[in-house]
Design a protein around this ligand. Structure first.
Ligand SMILES: *Cc1c(COP(=O)(O)O)cnc(C)c1O
Length: 394
């Protein structure tokens, strides 16, 4: 079968690959601990499930407007006002099949062949692939753990060209858990305004922030910055709703309309029942969100000291999301492996612990461990990792 050239340019998601391999081992009867999860391990709150069930029974089983039900757009507008003080109108909102889909539509609507998008590394695995699928060119900016994985204006000056159309910011970050402060964002926002670079702010982990840290959206800086920003968010991480597939973008009405046109000829509207669930999620009580946040915080504070106590492992303490992203280059070398990816493969084979190699995130010296799993399992996984390191360094 001859396939389109664009297929060859994309690499399959490394997160999903490790999950598949771990699943295979589990199916063979092995006791595998998966730390690859990119989703909360909690179920969707009951009242949200009820809202979807009731909507279905009431006959809301048909198409909706492509960009989402007016009531859902309003719930999103109210959420943005409540949480960040933003004023958006319905024509500035699109609801899609998850934030991932919304980002896909965005690149399709924004990029001409050769247009460049700046992506700070480590990055979420789908950003560069989605840019390539839109015939764009991903331009990564390498950052290090020492600089807390944050980019600055000097980095942007190096990376920007006349072809730069957009910058992606993801705070809190998957995979590093780092949060950009207002002071970090102001010069970045100025630079983007001056050079007419659209800011894409992926705020999907907004609600998962720990130990007194706070969230600040770059679009809060000023009206001008808000106009130059497209905010992407959704219910997947905040309300444990990954399977419902509801995400949204808020920004320039012309861009939102173009994204809507593309959706109208591809996916049409996101599932009707899921939209009713999302209305309940945003309009209903938020205490279940806070309960999940607290559970994640407790896990983080429990496992972090043990992780950084492992020989040759260094890791900054994440401020948000639900991942740890340690540099294990020293450990991997001491264990006799050429690459961290080989170390990860051997760990799964020998100790039945699945973690994600950092290469797919643009950080080949790192691994990503998700604590969207029980404390007990995570502790056992750390026992096994410790055993693995001892075994290979002796
Ligand atoms: C999970 C995730 C998303 C997408 O989530 P959806 O389920 O598609 O809404 C987007 N960005 C980042 C960084 C993520 O981790």
């Amino acid at each position: 079968m001859r396939l389109a050239e664009r297929v060859a340019t994309i690499t399959p998601s490394s997160t999903l690959a490790i999950t598949a391999k771990a699943g295979e081992l589990a199916a063979q009867g092995f006791d595998v601990i998966g730390l690859g999860a990119g989703q909360p391990d909690f179920n969707t709150p009951e009242f949200i499930i009820d809202a979807a069930t009731e909507a279905l029974k009431a006959g809301h089983t048909k198409y909706t407007p492509t960009a989402g039900l007016p009531a859902l757009k309003q719930a999103i507008i109210d959420k943005l006002k409540r949480d960040q003080g933003f004023d958006y109108t319905p024509s500035e909102i699109i609801v899609g099949n998850g934030a991932k889909h919304v980002l896909y539509l965005l690149f399709q609507a924004l990029l001409d062949p050769g247009d460049e998008v700046i992506i700070p590394a480590p990055f979420w695995v789908s950003y560069p692939e989605q840019v390539k699928l839109a015939d764009g060119v991903p331009v990564p900016i390498q950052t290090t753990q020492e600089q807390h994985f944050k980019i600055n204006v000097a980095d942007l000056e190096q990376a920007a060209t006349p072809k730069t159309r957009a910058l992606i910011l993801n705070s809190p970050s998957n995979p590093t858990g780092v949060i950009y402060e207002k002071e970090d964002l102001e010069p970045i926002a100025d630079f983007c305004l001056k050079h007419d670079i659209l800011i894409i702010s992926d705020e999907i982990y907004e609600k998962l922030i720990y130990n007194g840290n706070t969230f600040y959206s770059i679009a809060q800086i000023s009206d001008a910055v808000k106009k130059n920003t497209i905010v992407v968010n959704g219910v997947s991480k905040s309300h444990a709703m990954t399977g419902w597939r509801i995400g949204y973008a808020a920004g320039d009405a012309v861009l939102i309309k173009a994204m809507t046109n593309i959706a109208s000829h591809s996916t049409s509207n996101p599932a009707s029942a899921s939209q009713y669930a999302a209305i309940a999620a945003y309009n209903g009580p938020q205490d279940s969100v806070e309960k999940m946040r607290q559970a994640f915080e407790k896990r983080l504070n429990t496992v972090y000291p043990r992780l950084v106590g492992l020989s040759g492992v260094s890791c900054i303490k994440p401020q948000g999301a639900f991942y740890l992203f340690p540099n294990i280059a020293k450990t991997s070398k001491a264990c006799g492996f050429d690459t961290v990816t080989d170390w990860v493969a051997a760990l799964l084979e020998e100790e039945k612990v699945a973690v994600v190699p950092g290469a797919g995130f643009g950080a080949p010296e790192h691994i990503r461990l998700s604590y969207a799993t029980s404390l007990e399992k995570f502790q056992t996984a750390l026992d096994r990792i410790e055993h693995f390191i001892k075994k290979h360094t002796n």
